[in-house]
Structure formats: C-alpha cells, structure tokens
Design a protein around this ligand. Structure first.
Ligand code: TRH
Length: 397
C-alpha cells in the first residue's frame, strides 16, 4: 500500500490521507462482507481515506462484487486494496499498520498485527465495529474504549444503531439522488424490468414484492395468499436460501435465476444475485421489500418503502428483543392498529403465527407514509461512515 508510513504521527491531509485497515471474517451469508465493502467504499470515495480490506472469503465477496478476482493474495478494486486474509495470523505480505484499524464484528485481529500496532510510534485508532442493533442500551456503550489486557492499546466499540447517540447506519451521499433518478425516470424503470426480469414492467394495479429471506416456514402460507389475492402480485426473488420453497410451490425442480412462474394472481421471477448497487434498484422497483440480516435491512429503510424484516436468528431467541426494538423505532408514529398489524406480520415472518397479507395490505397506505417519514428520521442519526470519520478526526489530531 503506497502512502502508509508505519510510524506516521502527522495529521492526515489530502496528500497524506488517513490509512485504514478493515478486517472482515465472513461467518456466513453476505452481511459481513456486505457491510465492510460498503464502508470501505465510502471511506475511500467520500472521505479520501486510503483503505485496505482483509477478508477471508473471496467467494462470498465475489457474489456482491463480481469484478473481484479469486486467485491473487492482493488486488486493488475501486481504489481499495483487498487482501485475501488466508489464515488467522496472516496480515498481508508486508506488515504495515494503518492509522485506523477496524475489526469488524469482533473478528480476531492477527496477533502479529496487534503486536505491530503496539510497537507503532503512534498507536492506531482501533475500532471494534459491532453488529447493528436498534436496542436503546447500545447508545450507552457506543464509543466506549476497552483497554487491551497486555498492550498499551485501547479498542473502541462502535455501535451502529437506529437511534440518537449511536453510530447510525451506512448511507452513501448520493443514495437519495440515485433513488430519485430511478423513481423519476420511466425509461430507467422500464430498462430495469427488461434487463433484470426479461419482462415489461407490471401493470399499475400490481403489487411488486421483493423477497430476500432465509428459509422460512411462513412463506408457504404467504404464497397461497398471494396466489388467491384479488389484485396481481409480482414477486421478485433473488436466487438464494428461500428459492427451494418457491420451487416447491410452483412444482418446479428449482427456482434458479431466469425462471418465471405463475399461479393464480401470483407471478414470480427468479433473479440472479446482483452486485450491491443492483440490489438497491430492486428495492426501489418494488412496493414492499422482504429483507434479512443487517445490510439489506438498512437498504430497505433507505428505499423508503414498507418492508418486512427476517432477522438473523440467534440461539435462545436472543434476536427477538432486537426485532421488537427495531419495530418500536419504525412504527413509532403509526396508529395503534397499523403498529399492531405490522408487529404481528413481522413476528409471523420470524416464526410466531401466520402472516396476514390482507391485514398488511389494508394498512399499506399508512405504512408507505411511515416508511418515507422514517427514512428522514433515520438520516438525522447521521451516516455511519461520516460518524466514524468525524470521531476519528478528533482522535487523530
Ligand atoms: O446475507 P445476510 O443474511 O447476511 C448476514 C450474515 O448472516 C451475517 O453473518 C450476519 O452477521 C448478518 O446477516 C446479520 O443479509 P444482509 O446483511 O442483508 O447481507 C446481504 C448483502 O448482499 C447485502 O449487502 C446486500 C447484498 N446483495 C447483493 O449485493 N445482491 C443481491 O442480489 C442481494 C439479494 C443482496
């Protein structure tokens, strides 16, 4: 990496940008690298940082960033250095310690790297980037330091969140403009439908639903309700863990990208997994988005459309308080009825009960207004990358 001076103690300037290393261990699925890659691009492109991403699973990464090459130990993409982090002790072929070190989601940094951090003339700013939670307690722990037991180093806990006093969530500077351009251009939307589904845009009375979810027993009942719906439902399903349920419902051997199937008033398209910006367009093209995990959950909020969250399930139902905390924020200004209906629907989608589509639809106009208002409210917490860089600047002076 060109301009990193390991012992640099001078403040960053455009000629001497802040160097940042992000370490990402992929536990499963796409959220770990999805968040890290989005953060890396924002730090590099919006804040001028010199970013290096250490990631242990290039296959998962390539799904949402197809231009990545699997073989090299090191490559540069979009101005960001990507190191294939091959083993726990590996920290790049040349050990250089950055000004800011981000340990994503509690992955353990390589011991040699921690030793080098301790030996650096000026200790780097070390963040532990936590998983997103909407729970209130995280504001009390956000930006708290935790001293290292052996070295003169401190790790700062950075908590993404939905409320004031947290680190916020990632949002690119040009995101709203890109969405407005897509929504405002019939030509862009028509092209999108033709390119992504191979079909013309659906009729105006159709409800378009995107479905990105883990395996989910509630989907069978929902598919039946959509089949029997009074107005057309157009379902857009990126290929993945829910695809098997679609194949069973339509009596097909698989529901692979390119498949199109119809039953009753439900017609469904299986989509190829796209690169990250393409996923935003899918959310914008839909009236309702089913999302999961962390990053798609955030993108659905910025899409400002009603959404249903399949939260990442944890042992002992530890995820349920997080689901309720998100609901509390998201439904805050809804009427009691609409709030209860959305709560029931989200809970049914997460294992408790049967999702009631007719009830969801009845509240759709209110949910739509709330989704738009919520996107504005959430933006007031500030974008995570902006919050992180502002804090870093105060520390690196
Ligand atoms: O894939 P996820 O379920 O990811 C995770 C992981 O399980 C992770 O271990 C866990 O920590 C986290 O959830 C909470 O869901 P998520 O977070 O929404 O990540 C999906 C990413 O994939 C997101 O960046 C959007 C992107 N994506 C595309 O780029 N193209 C696509 O076609 C689709 C459907 C998604």
């Amino acid at each position: 990496m060109s301009a990193i001076a390991p012992d640099s103690g001078s403040p960053a300037t455009p000629a001497n940008p802040i160097a940042c290393d992000i370490f990402c261990a992929v536990i499963d699925n796409f959220g770990d690298i999805g968040v890290c890659w989005r953060l890396a691009r924002q730090l590099a492109h919006e804040h001028g940082w010199e970013v290096r991403v250490f990631v242990d699973d290039l296959h998962s990464f390539k799904k949402l960033c197809p231009s990545l090459v699997l073989e090299p130990a090191r490559q540069t993409l979009d101005g960001i250095v990507i190191e294939h982090w091959r083993e726990p002790s590996h920290a790049g072929d040349t050990l250089e310690v950055a000004d800011v070190v981000i340990e994503a989601f509690g992955c353990e940094l390589p011991p040699v790297y921690i030793t080098a951090m301790a030996e650096r003339a000026r200790a780097p700013l070390w963040f532990n980037l936590e998983y997103l939670s909407a729970e209130d307690w995280i504001a009390d722990f956000h930006l708290r330091p935790s001293p290292h037991p052996r070295y003169p180093l401190s790790k700062i806990f950075f908590f993404p969140g939905l409320g004031p006093g947290t680190g916020g969530v990632l949002k690119e500077r040009d995101l709203d403009a890109a969405r407005a351009a897509f929504e405002g251009s019939l030509a862009a939307r028509t092209d999108w439908w033709r390119n992504v589904t191979g079909h013309a845009p659906p009729p105006a009375d159709a409800t378009v639903v995107s479905l990105f979810a883990y395996e989910n027993p509630a989907v069978d009942s929902l598919l039946e309700q959509w089949r029997d719906s009074a107005s057309p439902i157009v379902l857009l399903v990126p290929e993945g863990r829910i695809s098997g349920a679609l194949a069973r419902f339509f009596g097909l051997p698989s529901f692979a990208a390119g498949t199109h199937a119809t039953r009753g008033n439900l017609s469904a398209h299986a989509l190829a997994f796209t690169e990250q910006p393409g996923y935003d367009a899918l959310l914008w093209a839909s009236d309702i988005n089913f999302v999961r995990g962390e990053d798609s959950f955030v993108r659905a909020q910025w899409a400002a459309k009603p959404f249903v969250w399949h939260i990442y399930p944890q042992a002992d139902d530890a995820h349920l308080p997080k689901l309720d905390a998100a609901l509390a924020h998201y439904t805050r200004t809804l009427s009691r009825d609409a709030r209860a209906a959305l709560g029931r629907f989200w809970h049914a989608w997460n294992g408790a009960g049967r999702p009631d589509w007719a009830e969801f639809q009845r509240h759709y106009p209110a949910l739509k207004r709330r989704a738009a208002a919520w996107a504005v409210e959430l933006a007031q917490v500030g974008d995570l990358a902006g919050n992180l860089t502002s804090f870093a600047k105060t520390q690196l002076k």
